[in-house]
Design a protein around this ligand. Structure first.
Ligand code: ADP
Ligand code: MG
Length: 239
């Protein structure tokens, strides 16, 4: 069993006095991949934001590489190797693709050449401004920019949301290649359940801010009763 990279122990957190997450425990090993599933509003984004330190932690503990980070500010969590791709993507509109990438870069294996190899489209668009990109290209740029910080863990919040099926396929292949490289772990929040389970080895399903189910992704893929009950059945991208 690999050394845990990130551990959440009985995490209870929310916004101000409004608690959203209750007693959430989970572990991500080095190079691990975890799908975080559940219906709209169950607290998936809140969980990612809690890992980054953007919510109020009421109870429980977060450990990163054996160190308690429960009270570390977001910036310190980011520099210690946790990358976050927010649901809103947050591309700098007036910077070029290449500037968006280099502004975030930190030394490591993921450099311009490596992310351009993963996303050839970004290479073609390197001199375009952020606001000249399609939704799919913006998502690629958001992921590439997170990789440029050379994180050990990357948190992806609904990367396929609103994208055309052909772009979803392209992005799925890139994420597969990124994981095959075995230098980064992911937590993937996604409404396209089938793709999320295909890309990951473990899965956690939230319901009303608590863990309702956990299973290996390959097992959950075939557990249609649980998927129907906790997620709602969905077919492939572009249904
Ligand atoms: N900034 C915020 N302030 C207060 N409540 C919020 C905020 N963001 C989300 N919430 C609430 O937290 C709950 C979980 O939301 P969210 O984590 O976005 O769910 P999901 O990502 O699973 O759709 C919802 O009830 C939502 O209204
Ligand atoms: Mg969300």
């Amino acid at each position: 069993m690999a050394e845990p990279l990130l551990t959440l122990e009985r995490v209870t957190a929310g916004y101000g006095s409004a608690l959203v997450l209750h007693d959430v425990s989970l572990t991500v090993p080095e190079n691990g991949s975890l799908a975080l599933l559940g219906r709209n509003g169950v607290g998936k984004s809140t969980l990612l934001m809690t890992i980054m330190g953007y919510t109020q932690l009421r109870d429980g503990r977060l450990t990163w590489r054996g160190r308690d980070i429960s009270h570390l500010p977001p910036h310190a969590r980011a520099t210690s190797g946790i990358g976050w791709v927010a649901q809103e993507r947050e591309i700098f509109p007036s910077l070029t693709v290449e500037e968006n990438l280099t502004v975030a870069s930190r030394p490591g294996a993921w450099d311009l050449a490596a992310v351009y190899k993963l996303f050839p489209r970004l290479n073609e668009r390197s001199r375009n401004l952020g606001n000249q990109l399609s939704g799919g290209e913006q998502q690629m740029l958001a992921i590439a920019r997170a990789l440029m910080t050379n994180p050990a863990l990357i948190l992806l919040d609904e990367p396929f949301e609103g994208l055309a099926p052909v772009i979803v396929d392209e992005l799925t292949d890139a994420i597969k290649a990124m994981l095959a490289d075995r230098r980064v772990a992911i937590i993937l929040v996604e409404q396209h359940t089938d793709i999320a389970l295909e890309l990951t080895t473990e899965a956690v399903v939230l319901e009303r801010g608590a863990v309702a189910h956990r299973a290996p992704s390959a097992e959950l893929q075939n557990d249609l009763a649980t998927l129907d009950r906790l997620v709602g059945l969905r077919v492939a991208a572009g249904e």
